[in-house]
Each structure stands twice: as C-alpha cells, then as structure tokens.
Design a protein around this ligand. Structure first.
Ligand SMILES: Cc1cc2nc3c(=O)[nH]c(=O)nc-3n(C[C@H](O)[C@H](O)[C@H](O)COP(=O)(O)O)c2cc1C
Length: 157
C-alpha cells in the first residue's frame, strides 16, 4: 500500500520520530515516503494512507501541520486510513495532557479519515530535546503496528 509520513520539526526530534516510523512501515511491507509539512504541494492522487506528526505547541499541533491539513486534506481523503503521532515534553506514557498527536487525530477524524492505530506520542526531556531513551524504538514499533493494521484491513501491498 502506498502512503506518506508528513511531519514538522523545529529542533529535529519529531523528524527523527517520523524517520523511525517510516522505517517501521517499510519493515511491514508498505511503500512509504517522508515529507516535511511545509513542502507538500498536492498529495499524489495514488496515495492510500497518511501518517501525520507534529511537535506539541501549547497542547496542540504546530502551525505548519495545521496548515497542511487545512490545505491538502480534501474531501476525497474521506474514509482513507491514517495514524497520528507527536512529540511532547514529559514522562513516557504520561496521559491526560493535551498534545499534538491527539489534536491531529481529532482534526483528521473530523475530515472523515479513519484511524488505524495510535495516536503515538514520543517524549522529549526538554524544549529542544533530547528524545527520551527508547523513544525511537517505540516509534519504529508504532510504524510496524500501523503497517500491519493496514494489511489487516485487507489493504496490503
Ligand atoms: C512555543 C512552544 C510551545 C510548546 N508547548 C508545549 C506544550 O504545551 N506541551 C508540551 O509537552 N511541549 C510543548 N513544547 C515543547 C515541544 O513539544 C518540543 O519543543 C518539541 O516536541 C520538540 O520537537 P522538535 O525538535 O521536532 O521541534 C512547546 C515548544 C514551543 C517552542
């Protein structure tokens, strides 16, 4: 199945997470590319799934990702599968804090897309990082999980 990972990153943490998720998707047999949110100009019509991620900005996704969703996710994406991820400060597994992955999940669900897994959140230990230990392994696993869920839907490559 053909899809893309779209992300924004100011200090490179969310980018590393996006790359690890891309590797996990590839590992599970998906045909996936990686693209920075501001450089997307027209998602190819042959894309079948989307994975979108952002650093947390005051409990929400960052502006470039919000703009990407507003600009690029048109009605014909309705019903297609997606997964959301994000980076945030805090402890791994900490729940209940508003953050980007859930904001993206909500925005894409409102556009009619169907979540296949997640959302996935990776934590950074300070404003500019670094990612907490094990975060990239978990991101890789998440990519695999998304890839396998896509196959489970009968949408395999
Ligand atoms: C203006 C601003 C607001 C932020 N607000 C939050 C927040 O509400 N919650 C949080 O956990 N982290 C917050 N952060 C920290 C970011 O989540 C962190 O810088 C980011 O995840 C690092 O990823 P990046 O290197 O890909 O940019 C904020 C950072 C900035 C610059």
């Amino acid at each position: 199945m053909k899809g893309t990972v779209v992300y924004y990153s100011k200090w490179g943490n969310c980018e590393q997470v996006a790359q690890a998720i891309e590797r996990g998707l590839e590992e599970s047999g998906q045909d996936v590319s990686l693209v920075e949110a501001r450089s997307v100009q027209g998602l190819g019509g042959d894309l079948e799934f989307l994975v979108v991620g952002s650093p947390t900005r005051v409990g929400k996704m960052a502006g470039p990702v919000r703009k990407f969703i507003k600009r690029e996710i048109t009605g014909d994406w309705s019903g297609r599968p997606f997964a959301a991820f994000g980076t945030k400060m805090g402890s791994p597994g900490e729940k209940g804090k508003p953050e980007s992955a859930y904001d993206i999940n909500r925005a894409l669900t409102e556009k009619g897309l169907e979540p296949v897994a997640g959302p996935f959140e990776a934590t950074v230990s300070g404003m500019k990082g670094r990612l907490t230990e094990g975060a990239l392994d978990l991101a890789f696993q998440f990519g695999k999980e998304v890839g396998e869920a896509l196959r489970g839907q009968g949408l395999s490559v």
